[in-house]
Design a protein around this ligand. Structure first.
Ligand code: NAD
Length: 290
């Protein structure tokens, strides 16, 4: 069988998959592929599925399957799997790094020092200790963030439309979370329900000093509404790893104050690429036994 490894994984993965079939990386050979393996770059949409008449199995190395037309794949008899167990630690550590970067003005302190400025008085910090963190969605990644937040002396509350209780966070309504949180970190999938859920109306319910962190998906947050709120002093800060379009164009956030941006690197740790490879090999073993 032809296995199309469409996106970048750990360098040893092609060799590890070699025992299952011929591994190719050329998207031009999609018509021959029985298995397509992607991260988030390659979209397995209707057009791509139509180009792959031999396709039987799509593996998304990662969590979100919003880059795959799962319903269309199923209608064509193509199975779709992800590897949700792999990336939690990597993404949680980035969410936490962003949560630390905002109140400590790490980005501004670094760039001003490199410009020869000494902003010792201007860069007033606040602490995570004693603050309330609100987690929107309390799945695998949020759980890891909660554990780390507690170690920093934070109170952790959470809202999840589909989860009623948690051993790492006190569950509250979404409005209560908005009203009480000093930090809000979003960890939902991108669905019709979550698309645009953090908009001007939601921001208006948050503390004016709240720091918002997004490591889930760009479209969950209306970036223009966040930029407007930051410019108006109606929100404390925003850090995001994810964008409506990637790479983003004409980013309104780039000119807003108290913003930290990273280029969708949540899952991109060396350790996680190895874990993703392990998960993909396990999926292939299972697929080949069927
Ligand atoms: P998960 O499935 O374990 O958790 C998601 C949680 O969101 C679930 O508990 C679910 O009930 C909840 N949820 C769903 N709809 C909701 C709604 N309308 N309101 C509130 N909660 C809702 O997933 P996870 O492993 O924690 O990953 C979360 C998301 O993080 C992924 O879907 C993906 O989009 C994103 N992600 C980003 C990166 C990155 O590189 N930045 C990497 C991996 C995952």
């Amino acid at each position: 069988m032809v296995i199309l490894l469409a996106d970048a994984f750990s360098s040893d993965l092609p060799e590890r998959l070699g025992s299952f079939g011929e591994v190719v990386t050329d998207l031009g050979r999609v018509s021959e592929a029985e298995v397509i393996i992607v991260r988030s770059k390659t979209k397995v949409d209707k057009a791509m599925i139509d180009k792959a008449p031999k396709l039987k199995y799509v593996i998304r190395g990662g969590v979100g399957v919003d880059t795959i037309d799962v319903d269309y794949a199923k209608s064509k008899g193509v199975a779709v799997d992800n590897t949700p167990e792999a990336s939690s630690l990597a993404v949680a550590e980035l969410a936490f790094a962003l949560m630390l970067a905002l109140p400590n003005h790490i980005a501004e302190a670094d760039s001003s020092m490199k410009q020869g400025k000494w902003l010792k008085k201007e860069l007033e910090r606040t602490e995570l200790g004693g603050k309330t963190l609100g987690l929107v969605g309390i799945g695998r990644i949020a759980r890891e963030v909660a554990v780390r937040a507690k170690a920093f002396g934070m109170s952790v509350i959470a809202y999840d439309k589909y989860v009623a209780s948690s051993d790492v966070a006190k569950m509250v309504s979404l409005d209560e979370l908005y009203a009480k949180s000093d930090y809000i970190s979003i960890h939902t999938p991108l669905t019709d329900e979550t698309r645009g859920m953090i908009d001007a109306a939601a921001i208006a319910k948050m503390k004016k000093t709240a720091y918002l962190v997004n490591t889930c998906r760009g479209p969950v947050v209306k970036a223009d509404d966040v930029a407007a709120a930051l410019k108006a002093g109606a929100l404390g800060g925003y850090a995001t790893d994810v964008y409506d379009k990637e790479p983003p164009e004409n980013l309104s956030l780039a000119s807003a104050p108290h913003v930290v941006l990273t280029p969708h690197i949540g899952a991109s740790t060396e350790e996680n690429l190895t874990r993703l490879g392990d998960c993909i090999v396990l999926r292939m073993q299972k697929y080949c036994k069927k």
